[in-house]
Design a protein around this ligand. Structure first.
Ligand SMILES: NC(=O)c1ccc[n+]([C@@H]2O[C@H](COP(=O)([O-])OP(=O)(O)OC[C@H]3O[C@@H](n4cnc5c(N)ncnc54)[C@H](O)[C@@H]3O)[C@@H](O)[C@H]2O)c1
Length: 261
């Protein structure tokens, strides 16, 4: 039986502390709300503390516990400060969901160094920094769950060599970290969403100058289930990976793409 005993750090019950990066909006906000509904106290992390106010308020309105922390995950000193604030407020981290990510799409021949570096620094560097800091706290308790965010784009996508590289690298990072942290009771898994209706894809449609409705319709036609993903679709899978029923699952990248064709 893989279920961890009550009171264990990954039970998502009272006393569990979850950190979700990139939780001001989109998938991260839905994950934060979902974990809070499972009675975890949630640290809502995004670039600026003011950005986190909406998610924090939504969690509190629903009767949950939340703390908003401003932290650019690409800046090591900001991650260190955010971890110290989390430790001061709650004394532990049981669940870390590395959701912060962004795109800077351009064909490689026209891409500048900043567009390459920013995407790698946020998605890959931010995940590495938060995972390292959280793993140190989790190791002391002998339990924990880390979830990283890959993407179907990891398979390669024109105009997204920076993003695809970061997301593909995260699969290797996830497997490596799972091997390193497994003996300490910590599991590490990735989700790889397909097309999910969030502000990120709205911005992509605007940049491409395509009609939003048509954009969503085309994406829906590429999924076996005939629709685009919702943030809740992804949050449900993350909640499973962050919870007590996934204790024998580690190092995996789970595609959540509606059966992309
Ligand atoms: N939407 C999709 O179709 C899709 C598909 C595959 C993977 N993903 C991945 O899912 C995750 C969430 O995507 P989303 O669609 O909700 O995006 P989104 O743009 O709606 O939300 C991303 C959040 O990350 C935050 N963020 C960006 N850079 C940050 C930084 N340096 N420090 C702290 N926070 C930062 C943003 O402020 C924002 O709140 C990302 O990792 C993304 O790559 C999304």
């Amino acid at each position: 039986m893989n279920r961890l005993p009550d009171g264990d750090g990954v039970s998502q019950g009272d006393g569990t502390v979850a950190v979700v990066t990139g939780a001001a909006r989109g998938i991260g906000a839905a994950v934060a709300l979902r974990l809070a509904a499972g009675r975890a106290a949630v640290v809502v992390v995004d670039r600026r503390e003011s950005d986190t106010a909406g998610t924090v308020a939504a969690i509190r309105r629903a009767g949950g516990r939340a703390l908003g922390i401003g932290c650019d995950v690409a800046v090591p000193a900001e991650v260190r400060t955010a971890v110290l604030r989390t430790a001061a407020a709650f004394g532990r981290i049981d669940v870390l969901v590395n959701c912060a990510g962004l795109t800077r799409d351009r064909l490689l021949l026209a891409m500048d160094d900043a567009e390459w570096d920013t995407v790698l620094d946020v998605s890959l560097g931010g995940t590495m920094r938060w995972s390292l800091a959280a793993a140190e706290l989790m190791k002391r308790r002998g339990s924990g769950r880390i979830v990283t965010f890959s993407s179907v784009a990891a398979e390669g996508n024109p105009g997204q060599s920076n993003y695809a590289t970061a997301k593909a690298a995260l699969a290797g990072f996830t497997r490596s970290l799972a091997a390193e942290l497994g003996p300490h009771g910590i599991t590490v898994n990735a989700v790889a969403p397909g097309f999910v209706a969030t502000p990120m894809v709205d911005e992509l449609a605007s940049r491409l100058g395509v009609d939003h409705e048509a954009f969503l319709k085309t994406a829906a036609s590429r999924a076996a289930v005939g629709r685009v993903g919702t943030v809740e679709d992804i949050a449900g899978v993350v909640a499973f990976l962050a919870g007590p029923d996934s204790g024998y699952l580690t190092g995996q990248t789970v595609s959540v793409d509606g059966g992309r064709r």
